[in-house]
Design a protein around this ligand. Structure first.
Ligand code: MF3
Ligand code: CO
Ligand code: CO
Length: 257
């Protein structure tokens, strides 16, 4: 899981210099696909992924732009200056999954867009910092919800983090809103993702006709960051870090144990 996690993060490092005005999300998908398959010898988990009730996902990465919340399907549309885009990578290495996403700002974006990306990053880390044996899943959700809502944002409720391992989406569900002290108790060895989706406007979403892409109902901007996290005997270890991972928020004291 450590190797799969680092490799997933390294796909984002590899893509970063390409995320510029004019590139299409299909080109990013192709670049990522070839890097995973040919260089890393990993399997892009999204490709043909078909959970219950969904048609097979047609691409190797997810690219969710501006008011798209998650599961955006790469297309021939080019990125333009001022867009914010979430790129979500899941690789399989030796049968194990690593799942991580980051926000990218295309060219220069508005102050409002940059603030949403930064505060969503901080919200994810506030959630991660709750992770230790004896804490509860509800503590993670509460830390994220309290931070996001006190900054005037809303939390998407229909999608959540998830257990991960030999399966892509395993139990438990990791909600990004909750009351403290509720839900499952954390135990060393558990591995799950924390991946808050935070909207600048209302929390309501809808699914597009492609059967995958989720957008905000009010078309407000949405951001998401994701890490895969291990519960250790003393705290947490973030598995999806690499050389190119962004600098930690100042309130984060450690990424491991
Ligand atoms: N990577 C997403 C997650 O964080 C799931 C994408 S499913 C796909 O859980 F089929 F759209 F790729
Ligand atoms: Co995930
Ligand atoms: Co993901």
């Amino acid at each position: 899981m450590r190797l799969a996690g680092r490799l997933a993060s390294e796909v984002l490092d590899f893509l970063e210099p390409h995320v510029k005005p004019g590139i299409t999300t299909n080109q990013l998908d192709q670049l990522a696909h070839d890097y995973m398959v040919n260089e890393q010898k990993t399997i892009p988990a999204p490709l043909n992924y078909a959970p219950n009730g969904y048609k097979p996902y047609p691409k190797s990465i997810c690219t969710s732009i501006n008011h798209q919340v998650c599961h955006g399907i790469p297309s021939d549309k080019a990125l333009k200056k001022g867009d914010i885009v979430n790129i979500d990578i899941t690789v399989i290495k030796d049968g194990w999954h690593g799942d991580t996403s980051r926000m990218f700002v295309v060219g220069e974006a508005s102050i409002a867009a940059r603030r949403l990306c930064q505060l969503t990053f901080e919200a994810m880390w506030h959630g991660i910092m709750q992770v230790k044996p004896g804490a509860h899943l509800g503590d993670i959700g509460w830390a994220i919800q309290k931070f996001a809502e006190s900054n005037g944002y809303s939390i998407v409720r229909e999608f959540c983090g998830h257990g991960i391992g030999q399966g892509f989406h395993e139990d438990p569900q990791v909600l990004h809103y909750a009351r403290p002290g509720t839900l499952d108790e954390l135990v060393p060895g558990m591995i799950f993702t924390i991946e808050p989706m935070i909207n600048a406007g209302r929390r309501d979403i809808k699914e597009l006709g492609d059967g995958w892409t989720i957008v905000t109902r009010d078309h407000s901007l949405s951001a998401q960051w994701e890490h895969t996290v291990l519960v250790t005997p003393t705290g947490y270890e973030v598995l999806t870090l690499s050389e190119g991972s962004p600098a930690l928020p100042s309130f984060v004291t450690t990424t491991c144990c």
